[in-house]
Design a protein around this ligand. Structure first.
Ligand SMILES: Cc1cc2nc3c(=O)[nH]c(=O)nc-3n(C[C@H](O)[C@H](O)[C@H](O)COP(=O)(O)OP(=O)(O)OC[C@H]3O[C@@H](n4cnc5c(N)ncnc54)[C@H](O)[C@@H]3O)c2cc1C
Length: 369
């Protein structure tokens, strides 16, 4: 095995690494503990042939041309611009907050040039710690207390099961607001969904004569049995080190899928419910995927503490542990025998394009050594 590279995890970080290594002539073993590839971006066709995202809705968006060009080698696109509505005060309003959101909620009729002054006035009329000490202060310092309470306060409590005052101000450094009527969720140049799904896209990334994929295989059970030329690790950071510095916490989700005999159920692919019900949001996949059918599938998200690791928890304690683990990572990476990359291995919130970019950069630096 000495002349072989091992990639732990067949998500986007792992598949990107494997592909680039294989294209540069390396033999690559990809080890995946689950029975499927694509990690959190995994999608599948259900019993009715509807394409659903098993781990929650994923929309690809990036400003990085080199990332878009790279993934476009493995898929064509369903061009889609994501839109989200929020159910607030019995109304469905655009989110992120834009001019229409403000006009609908407050019964005013302000123009684009007046939105900035409106928000400044909202902030001026609000009490908060300035400079901001926590998440609550940070949001209020940007949009004022009224909008904070309508959109952010209860959503955050549902999502994190913590008082927003206990969360770091960093989480809300820049709340996206728009003074015009642009109601797109993202403003990146390249946006869409892989035409035949993320799983198909990752399958094509891994289709290379120098890549050997093994699923249902946990790295921790086999790691002592061989020595690889390079190990690219995309699994949980703390698990690699046997949780020697302590366990890193994650927030998880219960995803409940429901099939309806309807052509379309919602007015947008995602509707947020900050204040009502126990779920945070409902996704209707076909609005994103563009699939045609007389049926439609909804996905309700209920945040919870335990389970599949979805979101890192940016508490001070976790961040301190992360820093200690990352010092160990640095030492291993210096040896040239290891690379840690991805949302789990770096304990970092990453969008898909950021994971792909990080993996591209780390592998190309290693190849230049
Ligand atoms: C609900 C939700 C919605 C999201 N929506 C978006 C979105 O709309 N747009 C966007 O850009 N990003 C989105 N993301 C982020 C996106 O999911 C991640 O950026 C991306 O999937 C991370 O890829 P990864 O390869 O780092 O990790 P993963 O996808 O988690 O892949 C890691 C893989 O490693 C495997 N593994 C771990 N340990 C081992 C081991 N010991 N042995 C073998 N295999 C192992 C795991 O099983 C997994 O398959 C969302 C995330 C969540 C939670």
């Amino acid at each position: 095995m000495k002349d072989v590279c091992v990639v732990v995890g067949a998500g986007l970080a792992g598949a990107t690494a494997a592909r680039i290594l294989a294209e540069s002539g390396e033999r690559v073993f990809v080890i995946e503990r689950l029975n499927h590839i694509a990690g959190h971006a995994y999608d599948e066709f259900d019993e009715n042939g509807m394409l659903i995202h098993k781990y929650g809705p994923h929309i690809f968006h990036t400003n990085e041309k080199k990332v878009f060009d790279f993934v476009s080698k493995f898929t064509s696109w369903h061009y889609y611009q994501h839109r989200v509505l929020s159910y607030v005060d019995g109304m469905l309003v655009p989110f992120p907050i834009n001019r229409d959101t403000i006009n609908s909620l407050f019964g005013v009729n302000i123009s684009t040039s007046e939105v900035e002054d409106f928000l400044k006035e909202e902030v001026k009329n609000s009490n908060f710690n300035n400079p901001p000490k926590n998440f609550e202060d940070m949001v209020i310092s940007q949009v004022g207390r009224r909008l904070y309470e309508k959109f952010f306060k209860n959503y955050t409590i549902k999502q994190w099961s913590r008082d927003p005052k206990e969360l770091s101000a960093d989480v809300a450094k820049r709340i996206p607001t728009r003074s015009n009527r642009d109601d797109r969720y993202f403003s990146d140049k390249y946006q869409g969904l892989p035409k035949f799904g993320y799983t198909k896209m990752v399958e094509r990334m891994l289709e290379h004569p120098k890549i050997f994929l093994v699923t249902n295989c946990d790295y921790s059970e086999i790691k002592d049995e061989f020595k690889a030329k390079l190990t690219v690790y995309t699994g949980e950071l703390d698990k690699f080190f046997g949780e020697s510095i302590g366990k890193l916490e994650y927030r998880s989700l219960d995803l409940i899928f429901e099939t309806l005999e309807e052509k379309q159920h919602q007015q947008a692919a995602v509707i947020n419910y900050p204040n009502d019900y126990d779920w945070t949001r409902i996704t209707e996949f076909k609005i994103m995927t563009g699939q045609k059918s007389d049926k439609t599938v909804l996905c309700y998200e209920y945040p919870k503490d335990e389970g599949e690791p979805y979101y890192i928890v940016m508490s001070e304690e976790n961040m301190q542990k992360r820093e200690k683990y990352m010092k160990e990572v640095e030492k291993l990476e210096k040896s040239g025998e290891y690379i840690f990359v991805g949302r789990l291995a770096e304990y970092k919130y990453y969008n898909m394009d950021q994971v792909i970019l990080a993996s591209m950069e780390k592998i190309s630096n290693w190849l230049k050594r």
